[in-house]
Design a binder for this molecule. Structure first.
Ligand code: AMP
Length: 170
């Protein structure tokens, strides 16, 4: 199945100059959504993943579905001020300025194998901050995976040394 057919390009969203990769056509098609999750699950079924960590909000959709398939736990990573319990935080760069990502300080145990999952890998700044959060608590980053990778933005440069898989590369 050609998953690219289910990705819709929205020019100038959320602001001018950004080509937004809209995954809702894929999500609303039961077979396409299932195929994407099955393809990711096949890559990690023998990787002994303890937990999946995903960043809000579209990452949650894919990460939670994949955690059911891999029968592992799920860790939500959120923007500042959203998580109710005690958190650790990491700053990451935005186009203008910086923002904070947070994770509960008891989200994982030292040495656990963590798979990071998100919808789009663009500059790699968000994924890099998630790696730092996981490693702060002693987690082992088994791999990172994405539905879509925007290779022209060179995101792998920010994630050197980590195994990365993307289903669709533009
Ligand atoms: P980055 O930190 O630049 O790799 O951006 C990754 C985050 O921003 C992901 O959580 C994506 O959901 C979102 N994102 C960045 N660029 C796009 C895009 N062109 N289309 C859709 N989502 C994007």
């Amino acid at each position: 199945m050609e998953l690219e057919r289910y990705i819709r390009d929205i020019p100038d969203f959320p602001k001018k100059g950004i080509m937004f990769k809209d995954i809702t056509p894929l999500l609303k098609d039961a077979r396409a959504f299932e195929t994407a999750i099955e393809m990711l699950a096949a890559k990690y079924k023998d990787a002994k993943i303890d937990k999946i960590a995903s960043m809000e909000s579209r990452g949650f959709i894919l990460g939670a579905a994949l955690s059911m398939k891999l029968r592992c736990g799920f860790i939500p990573i959120r923007k500042k001020g959203k998580l109710p319990y005690e958190t650790i935080r990491e700053e990451y760069a935005l186009e203008y300025g910086t923002d904070l990502l947070e994770m509960h300080k008891d989200a994982l145990e030292k040495g656990e194998n963590i798979l990071i999952v998100d919808d789009v890998l663009a500059t790699g700044g968000t994924a890099n901050a998630v790696c730092r959060l996981i490693e702060k608590l002693g987690g082992n980053i088994a791999a990172l995976c994405f539905l879509i990778e925007l290779s022209s933005l060179n995101p792998r440069k920010k994630l050197e040394g980590y195994p990365i898989e993307s289903l669709i590369i533009y």
